[in-house]
Design a protein around this ligand. Structure first.
Ligand SMILES: CC(C)(COP(=O)(O)OP(=O)(O)OC[C@H]1O[C@@H](n2cnc3c(N)ncnc32)[C@H](O)[C@@H]1OP(=O)(O)O)[C@@H](O)C(=O)NCCC(=O)NCCSC(=O)C(=O)O
Length: 397
């Protein structure tokens, strides 16, 4: 038994933030119906890293498992009628359209709540549904840049750089997932549905809870150092260091442990505040000079033996091969009808009684249009005529 078995989610979202939130609900067992334009959702046509699959690109594949696809033109009257029927029997609706689009398509909260007042309606935007930036596109890189996150990493004098992941999309997805679940819990208790709003700017801002509070409470501005990832609010030598054959990460300023592990007497007895804050660039230089004399494996063993918080800097290949990842079963593998054997990151929460499940992989455009319409009582003949007039897309059998 999965937690959300029996719940229906209508996922009208595009790209990453919305689809990932809906996928999480699907992983918990909900029947997620992906409502996409007749020619397929945006992400089907644009893939991270140009990662092409056979019929489904890897980006789409990784964000849309456990969903059924209904390809439908929401701008048509017939299409809209079908959506209204689906809304009447659904629990959650998710959209992350650009401002104004939900109104244009007639799937705004007021319209859908009039059909189903118990609906949990999750609306995701870039900056908020109102306010000065309402018309701007909500895009990960732009939000990483604007949120101050970029200036918390990298060296003084270097151009700001984004994280190597769609961090803002991901944290916005998790906020939407949390919001949907909390609203469902409220609905279980009271019977009330409601609108749940999430935006990318607030999601990435609140992700930086500690870092921003250093500024807003402590009054300490962001200051970049000569070392990468040397946040002004974390004591040296928190960062990455070159070894003879690679890189390692060191987290805490345990100078006696570092001194013993690195055969570096100069580090012994240093004051954590003086060396960690005041003399931070000098401290980094000392640790850098010491670490580079060792091979990665050797220095990590030495640091571990001294209890210094340290670890390897992995590539994705290293990560995927890691024994703890294998032990945790972090990735899921399954056979996909068109893509073959698929391995992607799974669902990260383990429930003692109600495990998540991967029931099927990402659908082809319109793969389940017929099934979903038949469930609504639409006849074969009407389905054919909707297809002939371009209102729906179906998978060619
Ligand atoms: C990502 C966006 C910038 C993309 O903007 P757009 O290209 O304008 O896409 P939109 O989805 O908003 O809408 C495009 C048009 O498709 C139409 N549309 C959409 N679905 C349908 C269906 N089923 N039928 C008919 N028409 C449809 C819709 O009415 C719009 O047309 P018209 O009515 O004629 O206008 C924006 O959606 C956005 O800011 N979203 C909120 C923030 C967010 O979640 N961003 C995702 C980040 S992920 C990411 O990719 C990243 O960060 O990188």
């Amino acid at each position: 038994m999965t937690i959300l078995k029996g719940y229906t989610v209508l996922d009208c979202s595009i790209a990453m933030a919305g689809p990932l939130a809906a996928q999480r609900l699907g992983d918990l067992g909900a029947d997620v119906i992906k409502i996409e334009p007749v020619n397929g959702e945006w992400q089907r046509h644009t893939a991270a890293g140009d990662a092409k699959g056979n019929e489904i690109n890897v980006s789409f594949l990784s964000l849309n498992r456990n969903k059924r696809s209904l390809a439908i033109d929401l701008k048509s009257d017939e299409g809209h009628k079908i959506i209204r029927q689906l809304v009447a029997k659904s629990d959650v609706f998710i959209q992350n359209y650009r401002a104004g689009v939900a109104d244009r398509l007639g799937v705004d909260y007021d319209t859908l709540a009039a059909i189903n007042p118990n609906l949990v309606y999750v609306s995701m935007s870039g900056f908020g549904e109102t306010g000065p930036y309402v018309k701007r596109p909500g895009q990960d890189l732009l939000l990483q840049a604007m949120s101050g996150a970029m200036l918390s990493a990298g060296r003084k004098g270097e151009a700001p750089q984004a994280a190597g992941q769609y961090l803002v999309d991901a944290v916005t997805a998790y906020s939407a997932f949390e919001g949907a679940l909390a609203a469902l819990l409220h609905r279980e208790r009271t019977g009330e549905g409601q609108k749940v709003e999430v935006n990318m700017l607030d999601a990435i801002t609140t992700l930086q809870m500690q870092e921003l509070s250093v500024f807003t409470v402590g009054g300490v501005p962001q200051t970049r150092s000569d070392e990468p990832h040397a946040h002004s609010y974390i004591r040296a030598p928190y960062g990455t260091f070159k070894t003879r054959n690679g890189y390692i990460a060191i987290a805490m300023p345990d100078f006696d442990g570092l001194s013993r592990a690195l055969d570096a007497p100069a580090l012994s007895g240093l004051d954590v505040d003086q060396a960690g804050w005041t003399d931070r660039d000098q401290t980094f230089a000392m640790v850098r000079e010491a670490v580079v004399k060792f091979n990665t494996d050797d220095v990590l063993k030495r640091l571990e033996a001294e209890g210094v918080w340290s670890g390897p800097v992995y590539s994705y290949a290293d990560l995927v091969a890691d024994p703890q990842i294998a032990h945790n079963q972090t990735f899921v593998e399954y056979d996909h009808p068109t893509e073959g054997r698929v391995k992607t990151p799974g669902f990260p929460i383990r429930f003692g009684r109600t495990p998540s499940s991967i029931r099927y992989g990402a659908p082809l455009t319109g793969e389940h249009t017929d099934d979903i319409l038949k469930d609504l009582g639409v006849s074969e003949q009407d389905i054919q005529s909707l297809a002939d007039t371009g209102v729906i897309g179906r998978r060619e059998k």
